[in-house]
Write a protein of this length. Structure first.
Length: 626
């Protein structure tokens, strides 16, 4: 079955003459005009049967909800296919569609079958006004819907008409063309990036060279583009970030769950959500199901919440999952190292709220959580990230004071995008963006107020009046994708070098925190004692026992960005103090091992610890060729 959906200002049609003997009887040949209507031009093909009716009706319903039109005309249109079904089958299926779809539309009309008709139609000019679909029966009698278009929400995003402002704390919204940006500032580059909508990468970002040189990650040539391999150092770094963010969400009250990575494309709630979420998905055929790889944790958490018995007393209910992985079929020209991937790990926390007031209150709490997480990861909310907030004009007019007070929490100018109409499932969304040295922005922390999916997924709670209601849902990632955090930290070091600082990762995320360098083999036993004491105090340390000069070992430790280096010779073995080289302080000093341990623990006291995931002796490690 082939269907062409046209959102129209009007259609006028008039039956002229019977085209086939099976043409249905009509009472009048007069012209009929219908205003503000979805015209569904439908061709019934061979092998079509009743098994595809549910999918067709569900698609018509989704399209109507998306463009907010409650008026449908079913119009037989054989010219969409050259492989048509017998007339009797075609007419029966069209009547069946008309019958079933009446549950979803306020008004449903059907043009007569088997007649030659003249018609005049005016199709609207917005990007979603024309939409083609193909439905095929599969081997088990169930339909296989194929879309000739991407998510309608994704298409909307590409051509969305927005009004842009800058919000300055203590001031009102300033039209973007009236705001004076600081020259070459990250905030100015963010505004240019957002307004240009140019996502294609023409130059390799600096962090790509760093992630390879530091043996963190690299491209996997045998996989699809945007799927990375993570070496031991990168895996440890990811694990630490994942553990930290998860712990912070647990402290906030998040309830951790786990859900599948693939779902049925024809599930009614999920299929509808496709057209409201701006992402491209990977598709998989398995047995008789058309599946897709998840592009967020929403599906699993929403379907799980649907099966809960929830009281208003339990709201806000906060479900959390760290998706390893989420998949988005990003355009190949937009892929760039760790900044934009097709497979990524996303901490995803949804809060199911009683009403918009509770949602706004929780929105603020999660913003503060995200600020704390970003700072804890080693990024400054003032110096390293810039904020964008997006909302509908209706939401802004009804919540001006809330928006102003909320936005002022970051204490710096904010980029504002305002929509006249709501194209997505949310009414307000904010995000922290890191802008790299090439002027490309990447969203990290984010949250949204979702007013659709409670009802779409039939998630219900019992309110204080005993009535079942649908919750407002918040979508928060306090850090953004874990890979993007690493991207931002590496790109931050590039900016540090430009202003004369040494590049370094936060101490708690450094693979080796202390490098022990014995002068000769006779100092190895004492070095091992130092290693054991450091490890026993949850400090990652290793020993460079290779047959190299001390000077070369020190240079290599410096090139690995190791914060502390201890050289062990006769003096250290016989004495009570160690000589410590502290890289970032650019200093060398004598101290006891106890004092060094206390100094390091003080810096990393509130961060997670994981042991070294490579051999402690450098001579035992494979050489990673990058």
């Amino acid at each position: 079955m082939r269907v062409l959906l046209l959102h129209s200002d009007f259609i006028e049609y008039q039956p002229i003459s019977k085209e086939v003997q099976a043409a249905e009887d009509i009472q009048s040949k007069s012209t009929k005009k219908i205003d503000e209507v979805i015209v569904a031009l439908i061709a019934i093909e061979k092998d079509d049967d009743e098994s595809i009716i549910d999918d067709v009706c569900r698609e018509l319903k989704t399209y109507g909800e998306t463009i907010k039109c409650d008026n449908l005309l079913i119009y037989p249109y054989a010219h969409l296919s050259s492989d048509l079904a017998p007339h009797s089958t075609a007419q029966a299926l069209l009547i069946s569609i008309e019958k079933h779809v009446r549950h979803f539309f306020g008004t449903v009309n059907r043009a007569p079958f088997g007649w030659t008709k003249s018609f005049n139609i005016k199709v609207k000019g917005h990007p979603l006004a024309e939409n083609a679909r193909t439905f095929q029966k599969k081997g088990n009698g169930k339909s296989n819907m194929k879309s000739t278009a991407e998510s309608t929400s994704l298409k909307s995003e590409d051509v969305l008409n927005s009004t842009w402002y800058v919000f300055v704390p203590g001031d009102s919204l300033i039209p973007i063309n009236e705001y004076t940006f600081q020259k070459d500032s990250a905030f100015k580059k963010l505004a240019e990036y957002e307004l240009s909508k140019k996502r294609t990468v023409v130059e390799v970002p600096p962090h790509v060279k760093l992630m390879k040189r530091l043996a963190i990650a690299d491209y996997e040539p045998s996989s699809d583009g945007g799927n990375m391999r993570y070496y031991p150092k990168g895996r440890l770094m990811k694990s630490l970030i994942e553990t930290y963010v998860t712990r912070m969400i647990h402290e906030y009250g998040g309830i951790e769950v786990e859900t599948p990575v693939m779902y049925d494309s024809n599930h009614p709630s999920i299929h509808s959500y496709f057209n409201r979420f701006p992402a491209r998905q990977y598709n998989i055929q398995s047995d008789n199901k058309h599946l897709f790889l998840r592009f967020a944790a929403c599906f699993g958490q929403f379907l799980m919440a649907k099966d809960f018995q929830i009281s208003y007393k339990q709201l806000p209910l906060k479900l959390y999952e760290l998706t390893r992985y989420s998949f988005r079929r990003e355009k190949s020209g937009e892929l760039a190292g760790l900044r934009r991937l097709r497979a990524f790990s996303m901490p995803d926390c949804h809060a199911f709220c009683r009403d918009i007031d509770q949602a706004k209150e929780e929105f603020v709490k999660r913003f503060d959580l995200s600020l704390k997480v970003i700072e804890g990861l080693g990024l400054s909310s003032i110096d390293d990230v810039d904020m964008v907030i997006r909302f509908t004009s209706d939401f802004y007019e009804q919540n001006k004071e809330f928006i102003k007070a909320f936005a002022a929490r970051i204490k710096k100018p904010i980029l504002v995008e305002m929509w006249k109409e709501r194209f997505f499932y949310f009414i307000v969304k904010w995000e922290f963006n890191f802008v790299d040295s090439l002027g490309k922005a990447a969203a990290l922390s984010t949250d949204q107020i979702d007013v659709e999916n409670g009802q779409r997924y039939k998630i219900e709670f019992v309110d204080s009046d005993g009535q079942k209601k649908y919750p407002i849902i918040l979508h928060n990632s306090p850090s953004g994708a874990v890979e993007r955090v690493i991207f931002a930290l590496l790109e931050k070091t590039v900016k540090d070098v430009d202003v004369g600082k040494l590049p370094a990762l936060p101490l708690w995320l450094s693979h080796t925190q202390v490098r022990i360098i014995p002068v000769s083999s006779k100092h190895l036993a004492f070095s091992e004692k130092i290693l054991d004491q450091l490890n026993n105090n949850c400090i990652r340390a290793d020993i460079d026992d290779r047959e190299l000069s001390v000077a070369k070992k020190i240079r290599e430790a410096e090139s690995e960005w190791i914060h502390f280096i201890i050289v062990i010779g006769d003096k250290e073995v016989d004495g009570k103090e160690l000589v410590v080289r502290e890289r970032l302080a650019k200093s060398q000093y004598n101290t006891s091992l106890v004092n060094l341990i206390e100094k390091i623990k003080l810096e990393i006291f509130d961060k997670p610890y994981m042991p070294l995931n490579l051999p402690s002796y450098l001579s035992k490690r494979p050489l990673i060729m990058v």
